[in-house]
Ligand binder design. Structure first.
Ligand SMILES: C[S@@+](CC[C@H](N)C(=O)[O-])C[C@H]1O[C@@H](n2cnc3c(N)ncnc32)[C@H](O)[C@@H]1O
Length: 240
């Protein structure tokens, strides 16, 4: 699928969908960091940074973990699975680190062996990962970029699908959730236009083994209706 392929917008009008820009995310730093957060970034983060020599047998990747609720619940529920958690927002990274490390324990606290962090655009990591390396990919409540002229910034984008399909193992899963109606229509449309993933009907209730996230809680409080998709990559299993 070409990066400049025109696409019909979810609002029903045709638009020439531009390729994604180099940076997909809005802001990478919010309010000023406290000294404990600075120490977590300086001392704890380097102990968790993903290194390509780390090759667990089962590998999952979460794009945009926000405060880290889902990533932490998954590594506790699945101690045999390795999870790379990606986030570009520094305050989110601090939030996850502060849940892992007690006050004063930045340098010595034991860290979970099955978690690694990636603090840059997830697409940079995806490009570096070998073929067939991921068992599961999570994209939970991505930034919706609801204006049509910002569609190129959405993580779900025709140009990214070949990259995701390449790194997923045969049978690998891509879980996507969003509460934004424009993004819901967008996911349906983009995924209907590809043969790289099997089509999927979204669930209207969060499946049991999907730990909740902060953005989901906010959406439910504000009476929005999230949708949850599980797309399976359409790749042949290797012959035995
Ligand atoms: C709306 S928040 C949702 C956070 C979390 N998944 C949740 O459900 O609470 C989206 C997050 O994705 C991050 N993000 C956006 N684009 C990204 C990218 N290309 N790579 C890594 N993180 C990204 C943003 O910094 C933001 O924290």
């Amino acid at each position: 699928m070409g990066e400049d392929r025109p696409c019909t917008g979810p609002e029903g009008r045709s638009q020439a969908l531009k390729p994604p820009p180099e940076r997909l995310y809005g802001r990478a730093r919010g309010h000023r960091l406290r000294s404990r957060q600075e120490r977590l970034l300086e001392v704890t983060l380097p102990r968790l940074v993903y290194d390509p020599s780390w090759r667990p047998e089962t590998l999952w990747l979460e794009v945009g973990f926000g405060g880290g609720e889902h990533a932490l619940a998954q590594i506790v529920a699945h101690p045999d699975v390795g999870l790379i958690a990606c986030e570009v927002f520094v305050n989110g990274i601090c939030s996850l680190l502060s849940r892992l490390v007690p006050e004063g324990g930045e340098a010595t606290a034991p860290l979970p062996g099955n978690l690694r962090l990636w603090q840059d655009d997830a697409r940079v990591l995806l490009r570096q990962l070998p073929d067939d390396s991921l068992d599961r990919l999570f994209l939970l409540f991505p930034d919706p970029w609801p204006k049509a002229r910002h569609a190129k910034r959405r993580f779900v984008h025709p140009a990214i699908l070949p990259l995701l399909a390449r790194v997923l193992k045969p049978g690998g899963e891509w879980r996507v959730a969003t509460d934004d109606p424009t993004y819901q229509a967008w996911v349906q449309e983009v995924m209907a236009g590809t043969t790289l993933f099997r089509s999927a009907t979204p669930a209207t209730e969060r499946p049991l083994d999907w730990p909740p996230t902060r953005y989901e809680a906010k959406a439910l409080r504000e009476r929005r209706s999230p949708r949850y998709w599980t797309f399976t990559v359409a790749k042949a299993m290797p012959r035995p």
